[in-house]
Design a binder for this molecule. Structure first.
Ligand SMILES: C=C(O[C@H]1C=CC=C(C(=O)O)[C@@H]1O)C(=O)O
Ligand SMILES: [Mg+2]
Length: 461
């Protein structure tokens, strides 16, 4: 096994009431399958793992185990609290340009004020962790870091044992765990509260016509049951194989795996520049290249979809105006074509103010009108009242950041929560004055397809 020792750091970090030491060791390893590394943690770290791959496939992250968890239920303050604790934990870390740093991975739930019960009952409003074993694959190189955050005085022996475990995990990922996974066998499929959903679209369009809001995104849930409990690697393997053009993510908390394949970036920060994307307005893919092109051209001209899109561009542009010294927004949307669907798409980029941070941008941007609505507060209270579900992490920010402030968050759409032998799939759409219940319903069917396919569900077309 090729291993190159890269860094070993021992730093004191001031915590609320105790002094902690953060031990870090990073090695370079010969390239290995990220999914196999994830699967190597099945016995010991199930419930404490994450998987991430960006759209361009230039960065893959896997985390096994929790070296340090930052979580809270602090409502609007949750973004600031995560940022403060992360800064405190990493303030003495020596940042080496060429090496992967400790990464904080996690997500913020869609709406801390939604009190509906269901599969998200035990999930905190913000959940982030530094992995015990962190895999970073970047620029075709694979790095594994061991992290230990402890209040014990001398932990070198413990750290030595962790090195041995690291080598076992790498070995398992490289030689033992390479396997192909069967498609799940679905035994039941339920469109939860379909009538309530259709009625909510009617209700929300009438509220919009009466000027109670301009746009509101309404979503619904599909429940699937399987013959047996599914494993996270099994489910992720199908998503990875079938949705190459999206952000791929998986985040475990105890028995729950939240996973998905999203086309939508919330924000990326790299070296003082910020990048976001407006993705809203949809049409299905055509059966032939010609039909597909025709659908795309129709979408680019369609007043209802351009309306859905425009709200998102306006709001993201305002947020960039507030946080950037300069920024660019193209005048007209382009098409973003992914496997099942085409969207209107406008990329936005800017140079950040000195005091703007990635979590500040997440806080300002979330939820954009592609997921919430306009005005934001009115839209959120309409969602709370008329939507039949608790979104949990669906439509919410999921992603990572490092100690230098670089990072990326996707909007967790085209996603599902898996708990043992049941999965809950989520999809919604932007409702504006001229929305119609049946066409919105059909749009959600298209948006369910990626997760439905990954889980072995029937597809209607
Ligand atoms: C809310 C979802 O999609 C959003 C993102 C792109 C297009 C959308 C639309 O056309 O309605 C939605 O705003 C979803 O996929 O569940
Ligand atoms: Mg739509």
């Amino acid at each position: 096994m090729h291993q190159k020792w890269l860094q070993s750091t021992e730093v004191e970090v001031g915590n609320v009431n105790k002094a902690l030491t953060f031990y870090i060791e990073t090695i370079e390893v010969s390239r290995l399958s990220a999914l196999a590394f994830f699967a190597a943690g099945e016995q010991k770290y199930k419930g404490q793992r994450f998987f991430w791959q960006n759209r361009e496939k230039t960065l893959t992250l896997v985390g096994l185990g929790h070296a340090y968890v930052i979580k809270n239920n602090a409502g609007h303050n949750r973004f600031d609290l995560i940022e403060d604790e992360w800064r405190e934990l990493t303030k003495n870390i020596i940042k080496e340009e060429s090496e992967p740093q400790p990464i904080l991975f996690g997500g913020f739930t869609f709406d801390p004020n939604n009190e509906k019960n269901g599969e998200w009952d035990n999930f905190p409003q913000s959940l982030f962790a530094v992995a015990t074993y962190q895999l970073v694959i970047r620029n075709d190189k694979a790095y594994i870091s061991v992290h230990l955050v402890t209040d014990k005085a001398n932990s070198l022996q413990e750290f030595d044992a962790m090195r041995i475990e690291r080598d076992d995990l790498i070995h398992a990922a490289q030689v033992k765990e390479l396997k192909t996974y069967e498609k799940p066998v679905m035994t039941n499929y339920l469109e939860l509260k379909k009538q309530d959903y259709l009625q909510s679209i009617e209700k929300v369009t009438s509220l919009i016509k009466n000027k109670k809001a301009e746009k509101v995104v309404i979503a619904r849930t599909l429940e699937m049951e399987f013959a047996e409990n599914l494993s996270s690697p099994q489910v992720l393997s199908h998503v990875i194989n079938e949705q190459p053009e999206s952000y791929l993510f998986g985040l475990e908390q105890d028995e729950l795996l939240f996973f998905g394949a999203s086309p939508e970036r919330l924000v990326k920060v790299k070296d003082g520049y910020a990048y976001s994307s407006c993705v809203a307005g949809s049409i299905k893919r055509g059966k032939t290249a010609d039909e597909d092109k025709q659908f795309g051209e129709n979408l680019l001209q369609d007043a209802k979809n351009l309306g859905e899109h425009r709200y998102v561009v306006e709001m993201i542009a305002e947020t960039f105006a507030k946080n950037c010294t300069e920024f660019k927004v193209p005048k007209h949307p382009k098409l973003l074509k992914i496997r099942d669907i085409q969207h209107l798409y406008t990329p936005v980029e800017g140079k950040l103010n000195h005091n703007a941070t990635i979590l500040q941008l997440v806080k300002d941007l979330h939820p954009t009108p592609a997921l919430g609505g306009v005005p934001r507060a009115e839209a959120l209270s309409i969602i709370r009242k008329y939507e039949t579900m608790n979104r949990g992490l669906y439509a919410a920010p999921i992603g990572w950041l490092d100690a230098e402030g670089n990072g990326e968050f996707a909007v967790a759409i085209r996603s599902a929560a898996l708990i043992k032998h049941k999965a809950y799939l989520y999809a919604g759409g932007g409702i504006v004055a001229d929305s119609e219940p049946t066409s919105e319903y059909e749009e959600t069917l298209v948006k369910f397809r990626p997760m439905l396919r990954a889980l072995g569900g029937q597809l209607s077309e």
